[in-house]
Design a protein. Structure first.
Lengths: 442, 377
């Protein structure tokens, strides 16, 4: 914490000192400017030399960039250079935009009072713009996953260097023998990006018919496999370069058109008395015009195909690069990507199988539980049946006993009935006898 | 040509002075940032499998909605966008309105995940997450809320397992991919995805970000940061900016086989809306979606244009289906003030009114156990 505080304090002091110096130089410049323009009519202000305020502004921007560039590097929060670059004082956009337009305006306004540039100045203006536009776009049109190749594929400018290297290594003698190349190159420079792309296509066509065939020649001998791999790598690099050239060319074209649109819009606004009053207003006009121009490019099927071609070519380079790397890594005791991919695939399939088996085991467990439940019920039923059978038997026994008892009862009853009958008969006889005796007595 | 901003020296001086002041202020704020956490609404981890994790947010009401909802986010970027900051959290709002919420965190695929397919994600992880929520809630059917690509997953899931879902809500979800309204749809047609997957395996998140930034390069790479300077006086604004910045560039890689099928079958061949998509050998027939459907889209969405989302309602057989549209773009649907004041209440009401259970409306399995319990007592 203490370190952080000290770091912040040191910076603040340095910053305040730098501000004081800047303000002093600004005040000096302002003083000089005021003297130079003293007595001038307001109407002539548009012809003011650019140097005075523009230089101060640039000085201020440079100071900001230097100061804050160093500042963020030492930040204890881990804020990196990118953080600084993303602020308007970063070198990439907001500040550079000011510099660019100040210089662009200088170039154009220096040509004629009406601002209509002569061809040479205009070319200078365009070159300046393209260089800056490329710088601006660099940040978001590179492929971060190709870190090892970033230097190779990062931007059109770097590609140009790469192209020159490839050229000198693989096709230098051929190029030297080519007649007319200097003229075509000069033409490309005159025409700008489009001309450059045209020359490139011409070159590629010639390459395909000559050196390209040599590079595709089937190698022989002990190093055949490695040679073939390197050949494929070079070939993919050339293809990638061709795609990137067309891709960059499309951006350059749009960039130039957008720049012209900004200038036209600005002119119209001036004529209508609606010129931007602040730098922010101008900046907004600038970025929205560029965004619209890029959107028009992006939504076209041609761009989509071009983008697809660039990505495809980039992937091929990457693939060849990986192949070459793997070839060299074979000698080292480390696993290669292909070997790891084999393991990953096995792992994936095993995991899937384990999951499937686990699922089946769970289903079987469920079935087992159901069966067990059913079995439990069966046992219970059997027990119940056994119990019932026992009870039935007992009841049958009781029934039999009862029946026997009943049988005896019936026999007794019969006997009783028989006896009763006999008693009644005897009683009848007795009565009859008594009656007869009575009569006799009487 | 005249220089438009140098002529007015006084104005320029003002701008420089103001810029100086803001730069120092921003420096001070960036050095003392303390509260830039994201996804802070309390939640419990209830299930995990490989990279996937299933969380359950702690309900904010004593008796929340009886039917829980499971949120499925995209594989691209992270699900905490729905809970980015306390005062702009769709999740927090929905909880406060009485919903019971689970959410899937897909995690960060590593090199070993390059072979994961859409089948693994939908029939595997997602289906198991749904089953976990069903088990925990003791319900046969739950509510499913899919967001962006997660919405497409949810639509596919709903067509495969309609018997497990009570309601379906999709937000900024592409279903009909044959549209020229979004650059992604245009570019995807020529994207050599096979070559990309064969070469890279897992497609790096940074590479995906290059594509997203390219959609609006000047706005996303230049003006956004200029805008930060404009508003850097307030610490809270900078903190919110940092949170959003974190989310934008916190991009997981994409499992190779899954994104291969997603681009080829959906973006290039548009099989989903044609009822011809196959997942794990099963044909995805959108007409099998018969549960109530709420389809939410953003009117100025440059990533998932309305023309890609709206056809869903005509493709399903649900009788109860409706749209909800928001002004603004793709990101605004999660964090805009309209999202907090209009979307959250609308979603909560829609779900709540369709999640009322009859008494004892518990799952078949649970019915039996309750019945057994009653017998025992």
């Amino acid at each position: 914490m203490e370190t952080e505080r000290k770091w912040g304090t040191d910076f603040s002091e340095a910053w305040l000192g730098a501000q004081a110096n800047l303000m002093q130089s600004w005040a000096d410049a302002w003083l000089g400017f005021s003297k130079a323009t003293e007595g001038a009519e307001r109407a002539k202000e548009s012809t003011r030399p650019w140097g005075t305020t523009g230089d101060i502004y640039n000085q201020w921007l440079n100071m900001c960039q230097e100061m804050f560039g160093e500042y963020w590097k030492g930040a204890p929060l881990g804020i990196d250079e990118q953080t600084f670059e993303k602020t308007p004082w970063g070198a990439q956009t907001y500040a550079r935009l000011y510099e660019f337009w100040a210089n662009a305006a200088k170039i154009l306004s220096g040509t004629s009072p009406g601002g209509k540039g002569i061809p040479e100045s205009y070319q200078e203006f365009c070159d300046f713009w393209l260089e800056n536009y490329n710088e601006l776009l660099r940040g978001f049109f590179t492929f971060p996953h190709l870190e090892p190749l970033r230097g190779l594929l990062g931007s059109a400018a770097e590609l140009s260097q790469m192209y020159a290297d490839v050229l000198s290594k693989f096709s230098g003698p051929w190029m030297e023998a080519m007649q007319g190349l200097p003229e075509k190159t000069a033409e490309a420079l005159r025409k700008g990006p489009q001309g450059y792309a045209d020359v490139h296509r011409w070159w590629l066509q010639a390459y395909e018919q000559t050196w390209g065939r040599v590079l595709r020649m089937t190698p022989l001998g002990l190093t055949r496999e490695t040679s073939e791999m390197l050949q494929r790598g070079t070939e993919s690099l050339i293809e990638h370069y061709a795609a990137m050239t067309d891709y960059s060319s499309a951006f350059y074209r749009v960039g130039t058109e957008a720049m012209q649109k900004v200038a036209t819009k600005l002119g119209d606004m001036y004529n209508k008395g609606q010129a931007p009053k602040t730098y922010k207003e101008f900046y907004t006009l600038w970025w929205t015009t560029n965004e619209e121009a890029l959107y028009e490019l992006f939504k076209s099927p041609e761009f989509s195909r071009l983008l697809g071609r660039v990505v495809d070519a980039t992937m091929r380079v990457r693939k060849r690069y990986d192949d070459i790397m793997e070839e060299y890594l074979k000698a080292l005791p480390v696993p290669t990507r292909s070997e790891m991919n084999d393991l990953y695939k096995t792992l994936y399939l095993l995991k899937k199988e384990v999951r499937e088996n686990t699922k089946q085991v769970r289903e079987l467990e469920e079935k087992l539980r159901t069966t067990e439940t059913a079995l439990g019920k069966e046992e219970s039923l059997k027990k119940e049946v056994r119990e019932n059978t026992k009870q039935v038997r007992e009841l049958e026994e009781k029934l039999r006993t009862t029946e026997t008892a009943l049988g005896k009862e019936e026999s007794l009853k019969k006997e009783v009935r028989e006896n009763t009958k006999q008693v009644r008969e005897l009683e009848e006889k007795l009565r009859t006898t008594e009656t007869a005796l009575g009569k006799e007595e009487s | 040509m005249r220089n438009p901003f140098v002529e007015n020296t006084e104005q320029l001086m003002k701008e420089m002075t103001e810029a100086n002041r803001k730069l120092l202020k921003l420096s001070d704020i960036l050095m003392n940032l303390s509260d830039t956490d994201v996804g802070t609404t309390p939640k419990d981890l209830v299930y995990e499998e490989d990279r996937m994790r299933l969380f359950h947010y702690k309900p904010m009401m004593k008796t929340p909605c009886p039917v829980p909802m499971l949120v499925t986010y995209a594989l691209v970027n992270r699900q905490y966008m729905l809970d980015l900051q306390q005062d702009r959290s769709l999740i927090r709002n929905l909880l406060s309105l009485g919903l019971d919420i689970y959410i899937i965190d897909w995690g960060y695929p590593g090199p070993a995940d390059r072979y994961l397919t859409l089948d693994d994600y939908i029939n595997g992880y997602m289906n198991r997450a749904v089953d976990i929520v069903r088990e925990r809630s003791k319900l046969d059917k739950i509510n499913l809320v899919g967001v962006c690509q997660g919405g497409t997953f949810s639509v596919i899931y709903a067509a495969l397992y309609p018997e497990k879902l009570r309601n379906l809500v999709v937000m900024v979800t592409p279903v009909d991919f044959d549209t020229d309204d979004g650059l992604l749809h245009v570019w995807a047609r020529d994207l050599p995805i096979d070559n990309m997957v064969d070469t890279l395996g897992v497609i790096p998140g940074d590479l995906m970000n290059v594509g997203f930034v390219m959609l609006k390069p000047f706005q996303l790479m230049v003006d956004k940061y200029v805008g930060l300077m404009e508003n850097c006086d307030e610490k809270e604004v900078v903190e919110n900016f940092v949170r959003m910045e974190k989310w934008i560039f916190d991009s997981p890689g994409q499992a190779g086989e899954a994104i291969r099928q997603f681009v080829n079958d959906l973006y290039k061949n548009n099989l989903l809306i044609k009822n011809k998509l196959k997942i794990g050998g099963q044909t995805v027939d959108l007409r099998r979606i018969n549960m109530p459907l709420l389809n939410i889209f953003a009117e100025q969405d440059h990533l998932v244009p309305p023309s890609a989302s709206k056809p869903l309602n005509d493709a399903v057989s649900s009788e109860d289906k409706s749209f909800f549209s928001l002004r603004g773009g793709h990101i605004g649907i999660y964090v805009s003030s309209q999202s907090q004041t209009e979307l959250a209440p609308a979603v909560a009401e829609w779900i709540t009114t369709r999640s009322q259970l009859p008494k004892k409306a518990v799952s078949g399995r649970n019915k039996k156990s309750e019945s057994a319990k009653n017998q025992a007592t």
